[in-house]
Design a binder for this molecule. Structure first.
Ligand SMILES: [Zn+2]
Length: 306
C-alpha cells in the first residue's frame, strides 16, 4: 500500500483534464492506458451504478472503453492514444436551458421589463418560455463521480508509465440535494508553484486568472441557453502569491478553493487539498470542473499567457 500523495510526491499521471473551447465546448478527460482497464471494474452489477441508474432514471451505463464510459454516453472516446500513452475522452457541454417557441408569460413575448427600461428578467429579453433538461448534466456529474471514485481508490496503485506527473486529483459527488454537487481533491506542488510564479512575475499579491474565467463563462453560457444574464457576475478566478487559488461560479458564494490552513502551514514544495463551498447543482459542478481543466492546461503548458 503506497503512502505517496501528489501533494508531496511527483507521481506518474493516471489522468489529466483539458478544456476545449471551440465551436463545441468540451471537457477532455485524458486517461493513461495503464489505468484505463480499471474503468471496467464498474459494471451494471456495481451498487454505485445501480443506484445512479435508479435515482436519476438514466437509460443505460456503458463500460465499453473502446467507445466511451459512463451514463447516457457522456464520456466519448475520441482517440486511440497519443505517444505519451493518454487516451482522450470528450465530454461535450450540454444545453440545459432550452428555449421554447411559446411567448414568455411574464412579458407576453415583448422581452421588455415590466418595471421600466431593460430586459424582462424571466426570459432575459428573449421573449420566450424555457425548460430545463437535467438528465445530461446529471449523467455527466454521475459519470465524474464514478470515475473519480475509481481513480481515488485505484489511481495511486496503478503506477503508470506516464512521463508527466499527476497535477491534480478530483472527487465529485452527485445527489439531488443542497450541496449535492460538491467537489474535493488535491493539488500537486506544480500547480501551486505555477500560481506563485505568476504572482511574482506580475508583482502582485493577487491576480485574476483570465483564461480560467473565460472557460467558466463559456461553459456556463453553453448550459444556460447562450446567455448568462445577471449571474455572470459570480464568475471569477484568482490566485495569490501564497499559492492560494479560487474558482467561483454563479450561485451563493459557490466555488472551489485551496484549503486555507493547508496554505498557511504549507511547507515549500508541497501541494494542498482542494474543497468546495455551496455547490448545489450539476451545472455549477460542470462549470467548476471546466475551470479546473483550463487551469490544468495552463500549468501543463507553462508558456501560456495569463
Ligand atoms: Zn419575458
Amino acid at each position: 500500500m503506497t503512502t505517496k500523495r501528489i501533494t508531496r510526491d511527483s507521481i506518474p499521471a493516471w489522468y489529466q483534464l483539458s478544456f476545449f473551447d471551440g465551436e463545441k465546448k468540451m471537457i477532455i478527460l485524458r486517461i493513461h492506458e495503464d489505468f484505463l482497464p480499471t474503468l471496467e471494474r464498474a459494471n451494471d452489477d456495481s451498487p454505485i451504478v445501480k443506484d445512479f441508474l435508479s435515482t436519476f432514471g438514466f437509460d443505460f451505463f456503458s463500460n465499453d472503453i473502446k467507445e466511451g464510459f459512463g451514463f447516457e454516453k457522456t464520456f466519448l472516446r475520441t482517440s486511440d492514444g497519443d505517444a505519451g500513452g493518454f487516451v482522450d475522452f470528450a465530454i461535450p457541454i450540454p444545453r440545459v436551458k432550452v428555449w421554447e417557441k411559446t411567448p414568455c408569460s411574464h412579458c407576453e413575448g415583448s422581452g421588455k421589463s415590466e418595471y421600466g427600461p431593460g430586459k424582462c428578467i424571466f426570459c432575459e429579453g428573449k421573449g420566450k418560455e424555457h425548460r430545463m433538461e437535467w438528465k445530461k448534466p446529471y449523467a455527466i456529474s454521475a459519470t465524474f463521480t464514478l470515475f473519480t471514485t475509481l481513480a481515488s481508490i485505484f489511481g495511486y496503485e496503478s503506477e503508470t508509465s506516464a512521463k508527466i506527473p499527476q497535477l491534480l486529483t478530483l472527487q465529485t459527488i452527485t445527489m439531488k440535494d443542497m450541496h449535492g454537487a460538491e467537489i474535493g481533491g488535491e493539488l500537486s506542488p506544480f500547480v501551486l508553484e505555477w500560481i506563485i510564479e505568476k504572482a511574482e512575475q506580475k508583482e502582485k499579491d493577487e491576480f485574476s486568472i483570465a483564461p480560467v474565467e473565460e472557460a467558466l463563462r463559456n461553459t456556463y453560457k453553453r448550459m444556460m441557453g447562450g446567455s448568462s444574464g445577471y449571474s455572470e457576475r459570480g464568475i471569477r478566478s484568482w490566485g495569490r502569491k501564497s499559492g492560494f487559488i479560487a474558482i467561483d461560479c454563479p450561485g451563493n458564494a459557490t466555488g472551489i478553493y485551496t484549503d486555507g490552513s493547508d496554505i498557511s502551514y504549507r511547507k515549500k514544495g508541497e501541494g494542498c487539498t482542494l474543497s468546495s463551498h455551496n455547490v448545489d447543482s450539476p451545472i455549477q459542478q460542470i462549470t467548476l470542473i471546466a475551470g479546473l481543466a483550463k487551469l490544468h492546461d495552463l500549468v501543463l503548458h507553462k508558456n501560456a499567457q495569463v
